[in-house]
Design a binder for this molecule. Structure first.
Ligand code: CMP
Length: 143
C-alpha cells in the first residue's frame, strides 16, 4: 500500500468540485485516510512549492494557492501515487488525456484544480507538511 497527498485547489473548491473529485477517487477504490479544509498561509505555500521557487510561475502560483480554501487529503492504495496522477492528468489541461480530472474540468495550467504528489519522497514530505501522524486514520472499509 502506498500513501499520496492530494489537494483540491481554490478553483476546485470554488467551482464545487470537491464531491466530484472525491467521488472519483472513492469509486476507483482508493481509501481516504485524512482530510482538512483549510486556507494556506504564505509560509506553508512556500514550503509546499519550494522546488518551484524562482520559476516564472512561482509568484502567481503562491498568490493563487493562498487565495481561498483548499481541501487537503491523504489517500492510500496500491500504486496510489501513479494511479492518482493518471486520474488527475497532465499539468497542462490541453495535454491531459480525456477522462482525467484536468481534461474534464480544467482549462488553464495555473488553475488546474488539484495537486497530486509525484514521488514517494514528495508524498511523505507533503503529508508531513499538512498532517500530524495522529491525523492519519487507519480504518477497515469492508463494513
Ligand atoms: P501542481 O501539481 O500543483 O505543481 C506546481 C504547479 O504550478 C502546477 O500544478 C501548476 O498549477 C503550476 N504551474 C504553472 N505553470 C506551470 C508550468 N509551466 N509547469 C509546471 N507547473 C506550472
Amino acid at each position: 500500500m502506498e500513501s499520496t497527498f492530494l489537494m483540491i485547489k481554490p478553483d476546485g473548491v470554488q467551482r464545487g468540485l470537491i464531491g466530484e473529485i472525491v467521488g472519483r477517487l472513492e469509486r476507483k477504490g482508493l481509501q481516504l485516510t485524512a482530510a482538512k479544509f483549510m486556507v494556506l498561509d504564505d509560509k506553508l505555500a512556500a514550503k509546499h512549492y519550494e522546488e518551484h521557487e524562482g520559476k516564472p510561475f512561482y509568484p502567481p502560483l503562491i498568490a493563487f494557492i493562498t487565495s481561498g480554501p483548499v481541501f487537503a487529503m491523504v489517500w492510500i492504495g496500491d500504486r496510489a501515487i501513479e494511479l492518482t496522477r493518471a486520474m488527475i492528468g497532465k499539468t497542462d489541461a490541453l495535454a491531459a488525456a480525456p477522462g482525467t480530472i484536468r481534461s474534464d474540468f480544467a482549462v488553464h495550467t495555473n488553475f488546474n484544480l488539484i495537486h497530486g504528489s509525484d514521488t514517494p519522497e514528495n508524498a511523505a514530505r507533503e503529508i508531513a507538511l499538512y498532517f500530524k501522524p495522529e491525523e492519519l486514520i487507519d480504518y477497515d472499509r469492508s463494513i
